[in-house]
Write a protein that binds this ligand. Structure first.
Ligand code: C2E
Ligand code: CA
Ligand code: CA
Length: 307
């Protein structure tokens, strides 16, 4: 009887994970997946404390000059047995256990440390982008905390980019997240609108939030060099951005063909596997050296300040 109860609970959990009116029958496979998920969930709870989660970095470059204009910090879990675990497999666990604020701290600390280390090594990296969820942005102390951290690291606020989803800016300006975002923009941090084109932020909202740049979602980028429909979409986004005085970054650029086409369409920055995959901090030093050599440009400004 107790096994039957456990099985029905597993099926119930699986159903509620999908949507409110889902129906699920128990299967042995479901039991196994849910056991794995629960184990990961329990482990994720301790992973942050154990220092197993840290940011990796993916470069963003200018389509014009080829120079690095920033890096995006992306969380990775270095699991002692499973190896590197991607965010999709552990963010839900951290969310369910209320640890997103802690993750934000760890990633921000890693990102600011990275900036300092690049500066000291003589690499000019204008800024680092950190992802924030709506939930993290609702923390009333966030803006003040970030101001304090930047000060402690002796970094100017424009070296930090806050990446937010359209859902945040689509919300009410009275919302705690919106207030935080406004405070961060006022402080001088840059704001990037992530996954642009997949949500439904109004143009008014984009204006209101002093967003500097939109990150055109990968769904518009793939095959942009071969597919005219994609070109039309990117070009329409590009025109809108230009008229509104916004910069653009194309994300998920996987081929040199896409990269070249995006440059022609007027997209200012690109990020994606075609340039480099996200990498551990230590690897960025060798990558930057190699990239700069490839560009054939020597000027490396010490103690880099914003462009
Ligand atoms: P995102 O912010 O849209 O990040 C871009 C994702 O696309 C990353 O996945 C990156 O590894 C991947 N990517 C980059 N270039 C390419 C490409 O050329 N092709 C393809 N197919 N993918 C590419 P990742 O690292 O698995 O992160 C997934 C999502 O998890 C992120 O999406 C972001 O929403 C979230 N995330 C990651 N790190 C953090 C974090 O520190 N805090 C928060 N709140 N969310 C995070
Ligand atoms: Ca992002
Ligand atoms: Ca994105």
């Amino acid at each position: 009887a107790s096994a039957w109860m456990r099985a029905s609970e597993t099926a119930l959990n699986e159903a509620t994970r999908n949507n409110p009116s889902s129906i699920r029958a128990y299967s042995a496979e479901m039991g196994e997946t849910s056991m794995k998920r629960e184990a990961l969930m329990r482990e994720a709870f301790f992973a942050l404390d154990n220092g197993e989660i840290s940011p990796w970095f993916q470069p963003q470059i200018s389509t014009d000059t080829g120079r690095v204009t920033g890096f995006e910090a992306l969380a990775r879990w270095h699991h002692p047995k499973r190896g590197t675990v991607a965010p999709a497999d552990f963010l839900p666990a951290l969310q369910d256990t209320g640890q997103m604020e802690r993750l934000g701290e760890v990633v921000l600390y890693g990102a600011l440390t990275a900036l300092k280390t690049w500066d000291r090594a003589g690499f000019f990296v204008p800024c680092v982008a950190v992802n924030f969820t709506a939930e993290e942005l609702r923390n009333p102390k966030l803006a003040e905390k970030i101001r304090w951290d930047l000060d402690r690291f002796d970094l100017s606020p424009d070296r930090l980019t806050i990446e937010v989803l359209e859902t945040i800016v689509a919300g009410s300006p009275e919302d705690a997240a919106a207030r935080n975002l406004a405070a961060l923009a006022k402080l001088g941090c840059r704001i990037d609108l992530d996954d642009f084109g997949t949500g439904h932020a109004s143009i008014t909202a984009i204006r209101r939030f002093t967003i500097e740049r939109i990150k055109i979602d990968r769904s518009f980028i793939s095959r942009v060099d071969k597919d005219q429909e994609q070109q039309r979409m990117v070009s329409a986004i590009q025109t809108m951005a230009e008229r509104l005085g916004l910069e653009t970054l194309a994300e998920g650029v996987e081929t040199s063909g896409e990269h070249a086409m995006l440059g022609q369409l007027g997209c200012a920055h690109v990020q994606g596997f075609a340039i480099a995959r996200p990498m551990p901090f230590d690897d960025t030093l060798a990558w930057l050296t190699q990239h700069n050599t490839k560009l054939g440009t020597l000027p490396q400004i010490r103690g880099g300040t914003a462009i």
